[in-house]
Design a protein around this ligand. Structure first.
Ligand code: SF4
Length: 376
């Protein structure tokens, strides 16, 4: 049996080099379709025999993308286009970009001109997803996407194959939820290591990632938990910056739970039995909640953050705010108010994908740690 460290190293190698993973898949004869964040229906791509690969941009200096966007648009979107222009995604068969925030809504038209060699497939989601018409709208959007994916794959869509893909994705969701809970009891697994577990999932077939996660769960059962650290919870869209994770680790903090879109948020909702597999997948999107990009007048996400932090014994909340991310900026004052009312210290660290200097973030996290230490 492999050790926890060996498995984490294996996942790190994949998380750090998605390009190699993409090139190897294409060389093996697979078609790869990029799935931009968030809630892109990967199961459709998977059911047509292709490999969905998460595309959340990368830490890169923005040069070419600046010709297509104003400066005040989030760096995930800009770096996605920058990587496309630079040829990093060459060889993939298409990119699917959903329409869930204002930044994502404008990427597609720019992508067509900036990266003409990779077809852009839009996925338009309804704002009101709870009423029956919201589900119908979602289903129609998926049907349109299927038509395009059929042309690219050369395969014909089959509902039975989608049902198989949904099973694989539901199983992966459950494993990721279980792993997040198990990791909360293993402070020796660093924030940087925890991050590669989530990140690697974007670049592997889910059935293969599930296999590795099962091995990791087994290996963790055999490993004695390390010395306790100060427990925190993270929230935000993306929190994978190596510099930020190193600061968290060097301050002796442990992430015991997260509400990060690129981490646990995407694994909360399964597709449930329905008339057809396509209905089931449409229902999955409509059942989703607790997210800044999903319309919710009650803002149930706020209470969930407080509840999750308390249930996991987190002493504070770290909000990692992607610069110029409107949906998260709107939620922050409400999150802060709820955390304050619950006696849960919270700090906000603003990041973007071009950030090199983390000195200010380091000072803020050090002060935060001292404050949490005193509260213990
Ligand atoms: S980080 Fe925010 S603004 Fe950027 S794509 Fe995600 S939700 Fe939209």
């Amino acid at each position: 049996m492999k050790s926890v460290t060996e498995i984490l190293e294996q996942l790190k190698a994949i998380a750090e080099n998605p390009r190699a993973q993409k090139d190897a898949l294409i060389a093996s004869g697979k078609k790869v379709v990029l799935t931009a964040p968030v809630y892109t229906p990967e199961e459709l791509v998977h059911s047509l025999g292709m490999v969905p690969m998460g595309a959340w941009g990368g830490d890169i200096e923005l040069m070419e993308a600046k010709r297509y966007f104003p400066a005040f648009i989030c760096s995930i979107v800009q770096s996605l286009v920058e990587l496309g222009i630079k040829g990093v995604y060459d060889g993939v068969s298409a990119v699917i970009i959903p329409s869930l925030c204002d930044s994502l809504k404008v990427v597609g038209e720019n992508w067509k001109y900036a990266v003409p060699n990779i077809p852009f497939l839009p996925m338009t989601y309804p704002q009101n997803r709870k009423p029956e018409y919201g589900k119908e709208f979602t289903k129609k959007g998926y049907e349109k996407l299927i038509e395009e994916l059929e042309k690219i794959s050369g395969e014909t869509f089959e509902d039975g194959k989608l049902a198989q893909s949904i099973r694989i994705y539901n199983e992966h969701n459950a494993l990721m939820r279980e792993l997040s809970e198990v990791l909360a009891d293993h402070p020796e697994v660093t924030a940087a290591q925890r991050s590669v577990v989530f990140k690697s999932a974007f670049f592997m077939l889910k059935e293969e990632h599930s296999k590795v996660i099962r091995e990791l769960l087994e290996a963790l059962k055999e490993q004695k938990p390390g010395e306790a650290k100060i427990k925190i919870m993270t929230t935000g869209i993306l929190a994978d910056s190596p510099s930020l994770l190193n600061i968290i680790d060097s301050n002796g903090l442990q992430i015991v739970a997260d509400d990060v879109a690129a981490e646990s948020r995407q694994y909360r909702t399964d597709a449930l039995e329905d008339t057809t597999a396509l209905d089931s997948l449409s229902g999955k999107f409509c059942a989703m909640d607790h997210c800044s990009v999903l319309y919710d007048v009650e803002k149930k996400r706020i209470d969930l953050i407080v509840e999750t932090a308390k249930n996991h014994g987190a002493r504070g909340v770290l909000m990692v705010l992607t610069k110029f991310c409107d949906p998260e900026e709107f939620d922050y004052p409400l999150i802060k108010k709820a955390c304050d009312a619950a006696g849960l210290p919270i700090i906000l660290i603003e990041v973007d994908r071009q950030m090199e200097n983390y000195e200010q973030a380091g000072t803020m996290i050090e002060t935060f740690k001292d404050m949490l230490g005193k509260n213990s």
